[in-house]
Design a protein around this ligand. Structure first.
Ligand code: UMA
Length: 279
């Protein structure tokens, strides 16, 4: 993407916003950071670092009411689209994308994206460790705490990125396209932000939105996922119908043992064994 000399606003001076602002600066954009909080309530080192990189920083009420002209705005995931700060932009029809989308557009590395209500951080870490142990250079990033925009700016020679993605991040994607998506589970959550459980689920389902039949979706077998384009592989520790399942102390792929649970150091396996014994 070409951001050189473009006037771009970044909303939210947390981890995502700072990473987005620094990525855009490294690509030659003129960046303004807007944050509804008073400056004294923000991390001084973050604000100092942004200013040192020539990012204009506007805080408090002045940020919510800022009326400068921008070609684009980048939104931090924790900011509710209904907030004053965002409404100020939507009313002016400024092209607004999320930080995950920005990072994706500046990254030329294939992505494995992990979502689910519970367990996504553990799974993302585990996947990254397993891939690195197999010689596939990767890093765990995204909602886990290292924004994709930071990885994009670092330009390390990774083979693949292992990205934890939240519903907040997926709300504002457009072209984000994981080669492999992973849907762990779903339970009602974040109802302070979403008007309904189905709105929360719809945001999460966007993980599959840009996948094609050349991609893969790894999906919990007990989840009812609507028709999606990628090839689907299912798994379950509890149900018998999945491509991957647990039986007699081993993980099976279509009835063939691929890994004995006792050979792993994973905690919580007793729960899986117990669940299998009682089912
Ligand atoms: N802000 C405004 N106006 C508002 C609201 C907030 O300016 O109306 C400002 C705040 O003053 C603050 C900034 O926005 O300075 C915070 O932005 P943010 O909430 O997006 O926080 P980040 O530090 O950028 O962290 C975000 C994720 N936070 C959320 O989604 C709430 C982090 O996930 C993530 O690790 C990080 O980006 C890097 O990608 C945390 C999380 O709790 C761990 N995620 C939720 C979850 O896992 O359930 C979704």
């Amino acid at each position: 993407m070409h951001y050189k000399n473009q006037n771009i606003a970044v909303l939210g001076a947390g981890l995502s916003g700072s990473a987005a602002a620094l990525l855009l600066r490294s690509e030659g954009a003129k960046v303004t950071m807007l944050d509804s909080a008073e400056e004294k309530n923000l991390l001084k080192s973050t604000i100092d670092n942004l200013r040192a990189q020539d990012v204009r920083v506007i805080c408090g009420a002045a940020a919510d009411e800022d009326s400068s002209a921008y070609q684009m705005a980048v939104l931090s995931p924790g900011i509710d689209p209904a907030s004053r700060l965002v409404r100020n932009f939507s009313s002016r029809e400024t092209d607004t994308i999320g930080e995950l989308e920005l990072g994706w557009r500046s990254c030329e590395i294939p992505v494995i994206a992990v979502t689910g209500t519970n367990g996504k951080t553990t799974t993302t870490e585990l996947l990254a460790q397993m891939l690195n142990a197999c010689g596939q250079r990767t890093t765990a990033c995204g909602n886990i705490g290292k924004p994709l925009s930071e990885v994009a700016r670092e330009k390390q020679p990774y083979d693949v990125l292992t990205v934890e993605v939240s519903s907040f991040q997926l709300e504002t994607i457009r072209t984000f396209h994981p080669s492999i998506s992973l849907w762990l589970n779903f339970a009602p959550d974040h109802l302070d932000r979403y008007r309904s459980v189905s709105e929360y689920r719809a945001a999460k389902l966007r993980i599959f939105e840009n996948q094609t039949d050349a991609d893969v979706a790894v999906v919990n077998a007990i989840e009812k996922i609507p028709n999606i384009r990628p090839r689907t592989i299912t798994f379950s520790a509890y149900a018998n119908g999945g491509d991957f399942r647990v039986s007699d102390g081993a993980i099976l792929y279509r009835d063939e043992s691929v890994l004995r649970l006792a050979d792993t150091k994973l905690r919580g396996l007793r729960c899986v064994r117990k669940a299998n014994l009682s089912s």
